[in-house]
Ligand binder design. Structure first.
Ligand SMILES: Nc1ncnc2c1ncn2[C@@H]1O[C@H](COP(=O)(O)OP(=O)(O)OP(=O)(O)O)[C@@H](O)[C@H]1O
Length: 281
C-alpha cells in the first residue's frame, strides 16, 4: 500500500454550512503534500477528520491503513499532530513539556535532540509562558515530532514566524521528509507550498479543485511568458510570447546587445492559485 492517506467522498456539514462537500484525496507515503485554500474552504475540517478529532458525515477515510474515527492508541502513536498552542503548560519549562509528551510514545525521540532541532536549546529551561509567539510555535512543532511520527500533520505551521525562523522551519521539514516522514500541511503562504511540497491540492468550497506539483498547477509550465523591456524613449513595453527565447534574441538584435530593463516572467503559483479560487467563487 503506497497511500499514507486515502479519502473518497468525504462530507461534513455544521448545521446548514457544508464545510466539506465530497472530497477525494490521496497522499502518498513519503511525500510532502500542501493543502491550499481560502479562509473557510474546509482545510481544517478535513485535516481534523484525518487526525481523528472530528466525525465525518459520509465518505471513506484511511490514514496509515486505518479509519481515524475508530483507530486506537497504537495508530495515534504513529501520527504526529502540530496543534495550535499548548497554553495549559504555561508554568512548565520547554524541556519539561517536551519530556512530558515524550512519555506518551513507545519510541520517542530524545527530548534534548528534539528541542535542538526546533532551535529552542537556549530556551529549554524557560517557562513556556515567557516564549515569544514564534518560539511557542516551535514548541508546538517539537511536541508534534517527539514521537517520531510516520505521518505529520501541520496546520498553518509558520504563521507568526519571522523570516529566519521560517527558513529554519523549512529545513526541519526537509530533514523530516528526507528521513521518510509523510507530511500533510495547510498553509496560506504560497512560497511555503512551493518550496516544501511535492504536490499541492487546492480546496475551494469543500472540494478539491486540483492536485499537481507546484510547478505544474493550473498548467503553469505551459503558460506563455511575459517579456518586458524599456524602449529607447524609456517606456516599458510588455508582450506575451509562446517563444520568449526567440523574442529575446530578436530584441537583442534590435538593440544591438543588452536589452534595457529586460524581464521574462511566467505566472507565479500565486497567480494560478488566485485564478483558480476566483473561478470557484
Ligand atoms: N465547529 C464548527 N461549527 C460550525 N461551523 C464550523 C465549525 N468549524 C468550521 N465551521 C465552518 O465550516 C467551514 C470550513 O471551515 P474550516 O475551518 O474547515 O476552513 P479552513 O479552510 O480551515 O479555513 P481557514 O483558512 O480560515 O483556517 C467554514 O464555513 C466554517 O465557518
Amino acid at each position: 500500500m503506497d497511500s499514507a492517506i486515502s479519502v473518497h467522498g468525504l462530507r461534513k456539514a455544521y448545521a446548514d454550512v457544508t464545510a466539506v462537500a465530497g472530497l477525494d484525496l490521496e497522499v502518498r507515503k513519503g511525500e510532502v503534500f500542501a493543502l491550499l485554500g481560502p479562509n473557510g474552504a474546509g482545510k481544517t475540517t478535513t485535516v481534523e477528520i484525518l487526525e481523528g478529532y472530528r466525525r465525518r458525515d459520509a465518505g471513506e477515510v484511511r490514514v496509515l491503513g486505518e479509519d481515524p474515527g475508530k483507530a486506537g492508541a497504537a495508530w495515534r502513536a504513529r501520527v504526529g499532530i502540530v496543534l495550535q498552542g499548548t497554553g495549559e503548560f504555561d508554568e512548565l519549562t520547554v524541556a519539561e513539556v517536551v519530556r512530558h509528551f515524550a512519555g506518551f510514545y513507545p519510541t520517542a525521540d530524545d527530548p534534548d535532540r528534539v528541542i535542538a532541532r526546533v532551535g529552542l536549546t537556549e530556551k529549554a529551561r524557560s517557562r513556556t509562558r515567557t516564549l515569544s509567539g514564534g518560539q511557542k510555535r516551535r514548541l508546538d512543532v517539537a511536541l508534534g515530532i517527539v514521537g517520531r511520527p510516520e505521518l505529520l500533520f501541520l496546520d498553518e505551521p509558520t504563521t507568526g514566524f519571522d523570516p529566519e525562523a521560517r527558513r529554519e522551519f523549512w529545513e526541519l521539514i526537509r530533514d523530516l521528509a528526507s528521513a521518510g516522514t509523510t507530511i500533510l500541511l495547510t498553509t496560506h503562504y504560497l512560497d511555503e507550498a512551493e518550496t516544501l511540497a511535492d504536490r499541492v491540492g487546492v480546496i475551494a468550497r469543500g472540494e478539491l479543485v486540483e492536485v499537481a506539483p507546484p510547478s505544474r498547477l493550473g498548467d503553469r509550465h505551459r503558460a506563455p511568458a511575459t517579456v518586458a523591456w524599456r524602449t529607447a524613449e524609456g517606456a516599458v513595453e510588455a508582450t506575451e510570447s509562446e517563444t520568449p527565447t526567440a523574442l529575446v534574441a530578436e530584441l537583442a538584435a534590435r538593440f544591438g546587445g543588452e536589452v534595457p530593463g529586460l524581464t521574462v516572467t511566467r505566472p507565479t503559483l500565486e497567480d494560478v492559485y488566485l485564478r483558480m479560487i476566483g473561478e470557484k467563487a
